[in-house]
Design a protein around this ligand. Sequence first.
Ligand code: HEM
Length: 133
Amino acid sequence: MTAESLLIEESLERLVERAGDPTPAVYARLFARFPDMEALFVRDRDGAIRGEMLTKTLECALDLAGPNAYAANFIACEAVNHDGVGVPREIFATFFEVSVETFAELMGPEWTPAYAQAWAGLIARIAEITAAA
Ligand code: HEM
């Protein structure tokens, strides 16, 4: 375990303890920033796809911070798949950013500078992976 992966893991554990399921807040922020993206979820009548997408995103973050057994490949594949769904590449990469901004908002002062720094490092790596995909 690296220091980064411990911080990422701890930040997500604290988030769930403090704020419960962040899914509605993440998508509210996403659609406020990119209103055109909401209509793309037309098949997602019950929110299951939205929930699954956030879960996969966070699993990727944990893997990328740790062993990186699959996350870099998975993110690159999904960036290409999402071209087909109508998600521009530069918006795809911002999902991690929007999620983390939401977590910081939900946690208030409990979102520590160390969490923010660990996530910023991860987001920079994700931006590189996505740009190269
Ligand atoms: C703002 C950025 C993003 C938007 C607007 C977006 C949009 C979507 C939409 C509309 C779907 C449903 C497609 C369908 O009807 O089948 C979807 C599915 C999915 N997305 Fe994203 N996506 C974004 C970023 C990401 C990221 C960063 C990841 C993970 C690395 C990801 C992983 C997935 C997965 C795994 C599914 C399939 C979920 C399932 O069907 O159970 N998405 N996305």
